[in-house]
Every structure is written in structure tokens, then in C-alpha cells.
Design a protein around this ligand. Structure first.
Ligand code: ATP
Ligand code: MG
Length: 445
């Protein structure tokens, strides 16, 4: 209790907030989402304080368009909910309110206390529970980086800066609030956030915040796999996936996430393949085209699957069974660290499993493949394999034409039935009716 009191007093002393007027921070109120403004106004009217906080303020100050809006308030979740027509209480550990206005969802959270030493932790210092409400000042302290602890008050148009976030943004640097090592231990995901946000926003990580990462990288292993998956998805869908992964590698963080990523990137074909997949994804995100996480994860792990499959084939297994075993192995290893959802792994298996079927270009098989609901994704995957030099360009070109060709052209494109057809011929030869090979399919070539 006394400790808490002293820390509170020290906390007050060490970080007096700066109230920065519009003329100095330059955020234009009109650029803020109407839903976020309405949410703050309703809370104000009910007598509470309410601020736009976190990534949205940071992005506005950098001249970027925020992805979503968070609002922080001194109102408790149960006081927030009745103020809005469409509001949902979510979260078990720390309840927040999702306020839905029009097409937008604003996340409203009550000021939360920073760790005062009493939070439940694991043996590495990871906070297991931190569900205590607090003051605005405490809320600022528990945030990760100074640039993420800026509060914008739409009523006064002031930015409230507890930890020098405005100055850091000017320097284009990210600095952890408090002692970096302790903060990373409390939540190792902060190391990934540092890398992701720095890559996305073109900021540097200030040296004392960067220094402990190498040493603490292994703590990522203690993070629940579902949380890692969420963070990894954010990273891959950020539009800066290539830059993020490169930085993760440089900081020694890639192993904990995709344990085999380093191995993959060290194979010439694998590296080219992954680099292409990431570049393509970034391009799609930047041009607002949809991106499939399943496709991306399938691409990231493809060369692992190939290597494992070859190993099984060497032991004498049939290719189809070898592939099955390889997919099981790779997904099992990866899902230990990263809880890739079942829905996603099912799609990844389909896409991987369909690849060998592209080599069959005779009879009815190409038509059946074309009808598969996953054809598009599997074909895009084939195109990536061709672009990386793994399969002949000619194969991809054939499928590119075949899928859009008319019936007659398709028929003409088919290749002679080789494998199974031979068997049939052999059987026919055994028939007493003599050499009746007339039924053999004619070659279109
Ligand atoms: P973006 O939404 O662009 O990915 P963001 O900073 O808004 O970035 P969110 O996950 O939306 O990220 O989090 C909102 C805010 O919550 C952050 O700006 C930060 O203040 C705080 N926050 C998020 N994650 C953490 C964390 N692991 N530790 C401390 N504070 C965090
Ligand atoms: Mg955000």
C-alpha cells in the first residue's frame, strides 16, 4: 500500500502532462472520424472526460490516416454502454466497449492503471493480469511508447502529452515509457510492436529501447500463441510486411514467430518465393485490394512443406502421402508457437494440396481443378511458384490461358493422357479382341 502510494507520488512528479494547443500540434479536427468525435461528445455531455488516444493521434500527427480510433475515458464500461444506441461490452479480462456508429466501430476503454508492482506475473516478468482501473496519468504510463500515449481532447482541441511523445515524434523515434527491459518483460509483444510500428511509420527505435530486444527476444516464446498470431497477422497485413520481416530478422525476433523462417530464407528458391509473396501482399494492401491471410501463410511455409515432403519421398513414401505427412508436420511445428486458426490451416492445406494437380493437363482433370472453389487462390500460388523459378513459366502460362479459353481452345490445349492411359492400354492388350487401340485419345499436339 505504502509502496503504491510512494510510486504514485513519484509518478506524479516524474511526468507532469503538457497541454499542447492546436496552434502547436496542428491536428485538424475535421480529419478525425465523425464517429470518434460523436463518441467523445456523448461522454462529455454525460460528465465524463474522453480523449482520442493511441495510434490514431500518432498517425494524425504524422499526417497518416488512422486505421481505427480508440477513445479513453474515466467512465466505467457499464457507464459507457447506456450512452449509445449500439454498444457492445467485450473482453473478459479487461472489459471495453465497442461503440458502433454508422459503418465505424470506436473502441472505448476506461483509464487503466499501470503496473504498480502488484500485478500477477509469470517467472519472466510477463504480466498475467492487469485489470485495474486508474487515472489518466496512470493510463498514460501503462501504454507502450511515448508516441502512443498522446491524448487528443476534441472539445478543447488540445493534445495532452505525459511522456514527451510529441518531441519523440518530431525526432521520428519510438521510445518505450519507463524501463525498457521491464516493459518488454511485462509484455514481450511490445518488441514486435516496436518493429511493426517503426517499419510502418518509418520511425527509428530509440537506442535504449532497441538495445534489450536481442537479449529478450526469446521471451516471445512465452506469449500465448493466439496473441502471437494476432500480432503476426497485423504485421503481415500492414502493407510493410517485407520491411517488418527483415527487421524482425535483424533484431533476432523471427525465430520465435515462424521458427523456420530463417531456414526458409536461407534457401535461394525459398527466399525468392517468400520475398515475392510479401512484396505482392504489400502492393495489394497499399492499393486496397483484398489480401488472404491463408494465402500468405501458405506462401511463408511452402518451402518448409516442400523440404519435408521430399524427405518423406526419399524414405520411399508415395508423393501424395509424403505431402500429407509434410503438411501435418509443418503445421504442427508452427502452431505450437503461432495459433494459426483451423479455418486458415484448412485453406492452406487445400492450396498446397492442389499444386501437384496443376501438372496434370490431360483428360478431365484440368476441368475438375478449374471447378474447385479454391482454384483462384491455388492458381495465384502457382503463379508465385513460377515467378520464383520453382516451376516452369510455361506451366503457369498454360493455366493462365486455359482458365479463360473457350471450350474448343481448351480441348485443343489438353495434353495426351500419359500415366493412367498406359495402364489402360496394357489391360486392353490382354483382351482377346486383339489390338483394338482405336479408343486411345488422340494427341492434340
Ligand atoms: P495500429 O492500430 O496502427 O496498429 P496502435 O498503436 O493503435 O497501432 P492498437 O493495438 O490499436 O495499436 O493499440 C492502441 C493503443 O493501446 C496503443 O497506441 C497503445 O497506447 C496501447 N497499447 C496497445 N498494445 C499495447 C501493449 N502491448 N502495451 C502497452 N500499450 C499498448
Ligand atoms: Mg489502433
Amino acid at each position: 500500500m505504502i509502496k503504491k502510494f510512494i510510486r504514485k507520488v513519484l509518478g506524479l512528479k516524474e511526468a507532469g502532462p503538457q497541454r499542447v494547443p492546436r496552434s502547436r500540434h496542428g491536428i485538424d479536427r475535421n480529419r478525425i472520424s465523425p464517429a470518434a468525435l460523436k463518441t467523445c461528445a456523448a461522454l462529455h455531455e454525460a460528465g465524463f472526460s474522453a480523449y482520442v488516444v493511441g495510434g490514431a493521434v500518432r498517425d494524425l500527427l504524422l499526417g497518416a490516416t488512422p486505421k481505427d480510433y480508440d477513445v479513453a475515458t474515466n467512465a466505467r464500461p457499464e457507464q459507457v454502454k447506456p450512452l449509445f444506441r449500439r454498444a457492445l461490452l467485450i473482453g473478459r479480462r479487461f472489459r471495453i466497449v465497442h461503440v458502433v456508429i454508422g459503418q465505424e466501430t470506436v473502441e472505448v476503454s476506461t483509464f487503466r492503471a499501470a503496473d504498480d508492482g502488484s500485478a500477477e506475473k509469470d517467472e519472466h516478468g510477463r504480466v498475467l493480469r492487469d485489470n485495474v482501473f486508474g487515472t489518466q496519468q496512470e493510463d498514460a504510463r501503462r501504454r507502450d511508447f511515448s508516441v502512443n500515449a498522446l491524448y487528443y481532447d476534441p472539445a478543447s482541441e488540445e493534445v495532452i502529452d505525459f511522456h514527451g511523445g510529441l518531441a519523440d515524434l518530431k525526432k521520428r523515434t519510438m521510445r518505450l515509457i519507463g524501463d525498457p527491459e521491464t516493459r518488454y518483460r511485462e509484455d514481450p509483444v511490445r518488441m514486435l510492436r516496436a518493429v511493426r510500428l517503426a517499419a510502418k511509420l518509418g520511425l527509428s527505435i530509440e537506442s535504449s529501447s532497441r538495445a534489450p530486444i536481442k537479449k529478450l527476444a526469446r521471451l516471445i516464446e512465452n506469449v500465448p500463441p493466439a496473441r502471437l498470431f494476432d500480432e503476426m497477422l497485423k504485421l503481415l497485413m500492414s502493407g510493410h510486411a517485407s520491411a517488418c520481416l527483415r527487421r524482425l530478422r535483424d533484431e533476432g525476433l523471427s525465430k520465435g514467430l515462424l521458427p523456420l523462417l530463417d531456414v526458409i530464407l536461407n534457401q535461394p528458391l525459398g527466399e525468392r518465393f517468400v520475398t515475392l509473396a510479401l512484396a505482392q501482399t504489400d502492393e495489394r494492401v497499399k492499393t486496397d485490394r483484398p489480401v488472404s491471410p491463408a494465402f500468405l501463410f501458405a506462401a511463408l511455409l511452402w518451402h518448409e512443406v516442400l523440404a519435408a515432403s521430399k524427405a518423406h519421398e526419399k524414405r520411399g513414401e508415395r508423393p501424395a502421402l509424403a505431402l500429407e505427412a509434410a503438411m501435418d508436420e509443418v503445421l504442427e511445428t508452427q502452431c505450437e508457437k503461432l495459433a494459426i486458426t483451423r479455418k486458415l490451416t484448412a485453406t492452406m492445406r487445400e492450396v498446397w494440396g492442389m499444386q501437384s494437380r496443376f501438372e496434370q493437363r490431360s483428360g478431365l482433370r484440368p476441368y475438375r481443378l478449374l471447378e474447385s472453389p479454391r482454384f483462384r487462390m491455388a492458381y495465384d500460388f502457382l503463379a508465385l511458384r513460377a515467378a520464383s523459378g520453382e516451376v516452369p513459366e510455361e506451366l503457369e502460362a498454360w493455366w493462365r490461358s486455359f482458365q479463360f479459353a473457350d471450350a474448343e481452345t481448351r480441348e485443343a490445349m489438353l495434353q495426351p493422357d500419359t500415366g493412367p492411359a498406359k495402364k489402360r492400354r496394357r489391360k486392353r492388350k490382354k483382351r482377346p479382341s486383339g489390338p483394338g487401340g482405336g479408343e486411345a485419345e488422340s494427341s492434340p499436339e
